[in-house]
Ligand binder design. Structure first.
Ligand code: SAH
Length: 349
């Protein structure tokens, strides 16, 4: 079958075999790409129209107990200038965001146990009380199931936890010895059972990643049926063991976005900041390949530069309002529009 037929088949059946994914991933021509993205946009528009959802990202701590080899805020990076936002600062970020039209706040951070369950619940319920019409997303890594239950009871709606790679040997090469893919998957399953809208995902072009790993990740995502999928290029950080590794490629990332849109039509799929970092128009191209979410930064400008997972991160100097104005222009340049809405998943998963 030629690639166009494979793309049609993926759109109709919402899945392909391993060999078919492989053919697509390794032999896509410019014309095939355009055909993939056109189909991805049509499917995205069936489910979400022209709306692009915005998520206000609050990077509330860069302390982390983990040692992911790719990440700039890993525990062993002694040069990282650590910070924590106070509850008041977090609420201020949300206030700014609400005024700018954000109806989802993403609390993202390193795995910082100083934010106890009690503290997390207090922040979540404060936010919920002030902004009952907003969704709260957590992106705080691995915790006990009982903790996840407490945050959900306090009002958290969604949880992002990228699985990073479903292939155990690959996962181990990206993480420290104590980190296991089984734990990550257990967490994802717990989160879903508890009732969160859940996001998994991977970096594209992470060190040692092969096409076969990517296909295994596609098959895992198809089976797990997440509400959200985070996929952006890997970008090296100078203070990590992967400092000399090449960044993931724009084309590879766009191919994966298009394929995932056809495989899971209802999924919430961000055009990531990492994609906008490797290429200035990366996020626009992501939206045109099937993505329907953007996640601008709401963190106070004073700490933004300190939350560096990778080098060269964009928008670290801008005020939130400038970021939104810039993003709005970028989104409109693609023919889509920035929506003031919670932007929940179109399907119960
Ligand atoms: N600590 C939390 C959330 C912060 S990390 C967690 O583990 O879920 C959020 C995501 O950033 C990670 O899942 C990873 O996929 C991505 N990331 C980290 N370092 C990166 C790098 N060097 N390049 C690109 N993405 C990176």
């Amino acid at each position: 079958m030629n690639n166009r037929d494979l793309i049609k088949k993926l759109r109709d059946n919402r899945e392909l075999s391993r060999d078919e994914y492989k053919q697509l991933l390794i032999s896509m021509t410019k014309e095939d790409e355009e055909f993939l993205y056109k189909n991805a946009r049509e499917v995205r528009e069936e489910y979400y129209g022209k709306d692009v959802y915005v998520r206000g990202l609050i990077e509330f701590t860069n302390y982390c107990r983990r040692d992911c080899l790719y990440c700039g805020i890993r525990a062993s990076n002694k040069e990282c200038d650590r910070y924590r936002l106070s509850r008041e600062q977090i609420l201020e970020c949300a206030e700014t965001g609400y005024e700018l039209g954000f109806r989802t706040f993403v609390m993202q951070g390193g795995e910082d146990m100083k934010f106890s369950d009690e503290e997390m619940c207090m922040i979540i319920s404060d936010l919920k009380e002030r902004y009952p019409d907003c969704a709260i997303t957590l992106s705080i890594g691995e915790r006990e199931r009982t903790s996840y239950e407490k945050y959900f009871a306090a009002g958290a709606d969604r949880f992002l936890l990228r699985h990073e790679s479903i292939t155990p040997e690959h996962y181990s090469r990206l993480h420290s010895e104590s980190q296991k893919i089984e734990t990550r998957v257990r967490c994802l399953k717990d989160l879903k059972e508890i009732g969160y809208q859940v996001g998994c995902g991977i970096m594209i072009g992470s060190p040692f990643q092969t096409v076969d790993h990517l296909i295994s990740d596609l098959l895992f995502m198809k089976e797990f049926k997440p509400h959200m999928i985070g996929m952006g290029p890997f970008i090296p950080h100078a203070q990590t063991p992967f400092r000399d590794r090449p960044a993931g490629k724009l084309e590879d990332t766009l191919h994966m976005l298009g394929i995932v849109r056809l495989m899971l039509p209802y999924v919430l799929l961000p055009a990531t900041t990492a994609l906008g970092t490797i290429v200035p128009t990366g996020r626009e191209l992501g939206l045109l390949a099937g993505a329907n979410v953007v996640m601008p930064n709401l963190s106070p400008t004073g700490v933004r530069a300190k939350y560096t997972l990778y080098d060269g991160k964009i928008c670290t100097g801008d005020e939130a309002a400038e970021c939104v104005a810039c993003l709005k222009r970028r989104i409109e340049s693609t023919g889509y529009r920035l929506a003031v809405a919670r932007g929940d998943c179109a399907e119960r998963c």
